[in-house]
Design a protein around this ligand. Structure first.
Ligand SMILES: Nc1ncnc2c1ncn2[C@@H]1O[C@H](COP(=O)(O)OP(=O)(O)OP(=O)(O)O)[C@@H](O)[C@H]1O
Ligand SMILES: O=P(O)(O)OC[C@H]1O[C@H](OP(=O)(O)OP(=O)(O)O)[C@H](O)[C@@H]1O
Ligand SMILES: [Mg+2]
Length: 281
């Protein structure tokens, strides 16, 4: 049985559950359930606080988990990235009252509020800056106005929350984060974990790529395959029309309209695009 931690609340929770469902795993229906057994796939899922997931995985009591890179780093647990899951993308940044700070060096001697105290302390130590880190649980943006800090370090997605609080990010981001599949450091990947990773990877591919089919005159094929090189190589099949072939290739979803224009210009006709439901590469 593979034992896997899934975020029970917060920004990661819904997207993680959705991705596991799309990967064919049984997920809880009621948000109060703490555990669910997927007997068919031999996986037991535990719904835990996102912040605690790296701790369980690092200790080896659970085999794998879904959490944010920022939470993994802040936990200092001996767990490592197995796969980036391409959701909950954010940066982690310092911010202060608009116009007050321009660089990280100006944090010397100041008070910085954050929920990610290890991440921030380690970063400051690396830069040789000594500052007081004030550990708070959430709604960090209010801490300056309420007088417990001079600056903050927090998660930024759109920047709307900071702006609304009259704050402005400054300096380079401390890190970029996204949701991850993690496993314990130093343990070899088991067959069951490998299967989970492959299934999730399949969903990522299905989300990122579409299939493009088209017909083209054989002599134009080299030009067309430059436009659609595919992941490895496009599939080329004979067509019931003398001198023509049918081509099928995977194309990044975000580029598909440009690719269709380019194919048409090269001489491709009957260009069709279809979604991929799942994939195993
Ligand atoms: N607005 C956001 N956009 C993208 N990712 C986010 C956002 N807010 C938090 N995250 C990510 O979610 C993870 C934190 O999850 P966690 O559930 O602890 O916090 P939360 O989403 O703020 O939830 P809550 O505050 O309700 O507990 C981190 O990896 C963080 O980068
Ligand atoms: O850049 P934005 O798009 O505004 O998103 C970032 C905000 O989202 C999260 O807060 P959340 O709503 O989870 O509240 P919290 O501070 O209580 O964690 C995060 O902590 C930031 O405050
Ligand atoms: Mg939050």
């Amino acid at each position: 049985m593979l034992r896997v931690a899934v975020p029970n609340k917060g920004s990661l929770s819904e997207a993680a559950t959705q991705m596991l469902k799309e990967s064919g795993y049984l997920q809880r229906r009621d948000s109060r359930e703490l555990r669910i057994l997927d007997e068919e796939n031999e996986v037991e899922f535990f719904y835990l606080r996102p912040r605690d997931i790296a701790v369980y995985v690092g200790k080896g009591t659970l085999d794998a988990g879904i959490t944010g890179r920022d939470l993994l780093v802040d936990s200092e647990a001996p767990a490592v990235e197995e796969l980036g899951l391409d959701f909950a993308r954010s940066t982690f940044r310092f911010a202060g009252p608009a116009g007050e700070f321009t660089s990280v060096e100006e944090l010397e001697g100041k008070r910085i509020a954050t929920s990610y105290s290890h991440l921030v302390r380690n970063y400051l130590a690396e830069k040789g800056i000594s500052a007081e880190v004030v550990r708070l649980d959430g709604a960090i943006e209010s801490s300056i106005r309420l007088g417990v800090a001079d600056a903050i370090a927090d998660v930024v997605e759109t920047g709307n929350t900071m702006r609304a609080a009259g704050l402005e990010p400054f300096g380079e981001p401390l890190m970029s984060s996204e949701a991850l599949l993690i496993k314990r450091d130093g343990v070899a990947e088991t067959e069951k974990l490998d299967r989970l990773r492959r299934r999730l990877q399949g969903i990522l591919i299905a989300r990122q790529y579409v299939l493009v089919d088209y017909d083209i005159a054989e002599e134009l094929l080299p030009k067309a395959t430059e436009v659609t090189p595919g992941l490895e190589a496009p599939t080329v099949s004979p067509l019931g029309r003398e001198g023509w072939v049918a081509v099928r290739s995977m194309v990044q979803r975000k580029n598909v309209n440009k690719v269709m224009d380019d194919l048409y210009e090269v001489g491709a006709r009957a260009v069709l695009v279809s979604p991929i439901q799942a994939a195993r590469l």
